[in-house]
Structure formats: C-alpha cells, structure tokens
Design a protein around this ligand. Sequence first.
Ligand code: SAH
Length: 458
Amino acid sequence: MRYHIWTIGCQMNVADSQRVAAGLERLGYEPAEDARDADVMILNTCVVRQQPEDKAVGQLNLLKRYKAQHPERVLALMGCMVGVKDPAPLRARFPWVDLFLPPSDPTELWSYLAEQGHLDEAQTLIADAEARRLALSRTDTILPPSGKGAIVSAHLPIVLGCSHACTYCVIPYRRGPERSRPMDVIVAEAEQMVAQGVQEITLLGQIVDRYGYDLPEFKGSRATPLVALLHRIHAIEGLKRIRFLTSHPNWMKDDLLDAVGELSAPTQGASACVCPHIEVPVQAGDDEVLARMRRGYTVDAYRQLVARLRERIKGVSIATDIIVGFPGETEAQFQNTYDLLKELKLDKAHIARYSSRPLTVATRQFDDALPVEEKERRRKLLDDLQSEILTELNGRYLGQTVEVLVEGWHDRKKRWFGRTPTDRLVFFETPGTGDWLGRLAQVQITWTGPWSLIGKAQ
Ligand code: SAH
C-alpha cells in the first residue's frame, strides 16, 4: 500500500503533511513518488490568496477522471480549503473526493481507512482520537521514518489557529481560534524529531510570540511564555538550531528579544543556537492602511521595533511581509510603504498582491477596486527595491566565512546548499565528494547576489 501527499502553502501545511505521512507510514504505507501509484492520495491545500486556491481546484479537476477510473483509491482533501466548518458545500462541488480533513487534524483519515478495511493497526490510532483532536497531543512518530536523516530542518506547530482577525486574512476562518499546544508535548515532539536526525527546528504559529498565554500555567503571565519554551528546546542535546515564526509586532516584548540575543550567541558545548532571524510582518507602511487592516500598530511603532531588535539581538536579520493594493490604498499610501522599506533595509520581504478572500472584513466592507495590473506594478516596484537592498546587504558577506547548516544537494547546480543563521541561502562547493547533509559547514563566500550566496566549504 502506498501514499502520496501533494502540499502547497505555508510551513504549517508542510508540518501537517509530514505528520500525516508519519501516521500512514506507522500503519505500514510507503511513500509513492508518483500520485498515480498511490492507494491513498492527499491534497493539502492553501487558500490565503486566490492563486493557491486555483491550483488546488486545478489538481482536483485533474483527479476527477483518474478517480473515476480507480474508484478503490482514496482521495482526501485537507487543509485551509476545507477549514474547520462543515465541508458539505465542498462535498457537493467535488463529489469524487472521499473525505475532507481540517488543517492539522487527520483523525478522520484513520477512521476512514479503518472503515474501508484498509488496516487493522489504525484501531490503535482511533483509540487516541480524542487526545489527537484536543492538542495533537500524541507523541508518536511525527516525521515519516522514510525521511530519517533526509529531513535536516523540520517545522513544529506550537500555536494552532489565530484569533487576531486582520481584515484581509482568511486564516482565522479556516484554522479556527488560537490555541497553544501544551509545552511538554512540544518538547517531547522536538526530542523525537532530534532522535530522527533533525538538526534545526522551526517553531510555528500564526502569531508565534503569543504562544502560551492561553495555557493554565501562564495565565496572567507578564513574562513571555515563548521564552520558557525556547529555553527548554535549547537544552535538547543534539539539536543545532532553533527558529520561530511568525511574530506580530505587538507581542515582541523585550524579554523575548533578550532571550534570542542571549541564546543566539555562540556557546561552549553542544547546545543549539536560537537563530538571530526574526520574521515580523509590517504589511503596510502607512498608518491609515494599517488601521484598516486592523493590525493594531503604527508605522512608527514598527520602526521602533526594528531599532529594538537591532539593538538587542546582535547581527539580527529581519524578514517582513507586505501586501500591496489593499482596498483603497492610494498612490501616496503605497509610496509610504516604499519609503519605509527603503529606510529600514530589511533582510527579506515577502511581497503579495492583495487578494480578496471570502468572509473577511475587507471583502465585506471595502471595495477591491484596484486593477490587477496596478497591484502588479506596485509589487514589482517593491520587488526591485528589495533586490537592490539585498544586493547591498548580501555584498557584505563577500569574503566572509559563514556557518551553513546543509539541507540538501542541488542537482542542477551540482552544489550542496543550506542556510546561515541569518537565513541566507548558500550554495557551495566542497573539497571532496563526501556526504555533507546535516553538517554545519564553514563556507567562505566567493559570490553574492540578491537571493543567494555562493562559496567554498573549508
Ligand atoms: N499570521 C501570519 C501569516 C499569515 S499568512 C502573519 O501574521 O503574518 C502569510 C502572509 O500572507 C501574510 O503575512 C500576508 O502578507 C499575506 N496575506 C494574507 N492574507 C492575504 C490576502 N488576502 N491577500 C494577499 N496577501 C495576504
């Protein structure tokens, strides 16, 4: 019996897919490279913008005929396209899909496979369904054994859902309200990942720095609960690096910044480094647009945050997200965003054209009147600016020796690749032909560009 998982979207989806793969492998399934060889096929979907949703619908339509020819094969749709509400409308639209799984919760898959007589061992998983539903709290295999050694860097969800309700964002409607997972469960899972060969763990949450405030042990806590978690993960032997994302500007308190500053400094001995890399979206560089997005901060507050980050975390790299063409964004307001990016010179910016999403406040209350060509013009302007900024920032790496955690071999470029603690993508040549996967390589940089660096390992 074989399975195939098709995944698009954010790191949370990647983590969810790995968890499903792990469950299936535990039950005896093996991975199939080609979907056409799979007995169980899962599409893990994203609907944060129209484009990934269109891709998922395209896949579903492709699979319609295939499924008619092979009715015995199981086809499951998972993730944000399904969401946490009743999937009846989806069932009516895609009747050839066997089952609909909400994000981060594959419980129904196990019962379905058991009902279909696919497996006996599934019973053991079903017995624990309630615990799984509560907090994904089982600590069985969370990475597929087939990935052992190959998965150098893994993602670990620590906060599920989101309750912030930015006006453009569909995630709270699809992933449900914010809930933190118990700290002991997270630590146990992190330990298990390390036992499976993982060297870098990225803790995930929509607002990751809100981790823990809803847990009984942190009720009313003035200290940032994420700091306690970082210390516990940092103590796991064998782990090399820790990252966390995504942060919200309002929750990045000084104790968190100081903890990153302290735990990112090179230490004696074996403990992991918390990478000096912060992903903290600004979304827009104009106060009125920010207010209509209901982000809850001003441009100036963000500016001050960047200054605080740079002061408290040595060598910090800062990544951001920006939406262009939010409803009503004027040319002058866009210019403010452009000017802010130019002023702050951040280390990365993920730039997206605004995409109207069902149910969101922005869709219900504002007019998405800007033509797509205009949104694209704005996106391109920011992209060009970002490329200029990164050409300059990355140029500073030339001749330096950086530490790269090796994540894989790039077949086309014929080079190993990995990332620096500051999240720079580095391709490099090696002295011999040995296996560098999972190693911490010291790489001297010989070429720099806006999106990657090239070097030689020592
Ligand atoms: N909760 C995280 C991630 C949200 S989704 C956060 O606070 O950033 C990732 C990014 O997608 C967002 O940061 C935003 O820039 C973008 N995004 C979300 N909704 C969007 C929409 N309707 N149109 C365009 N981009 C969107």
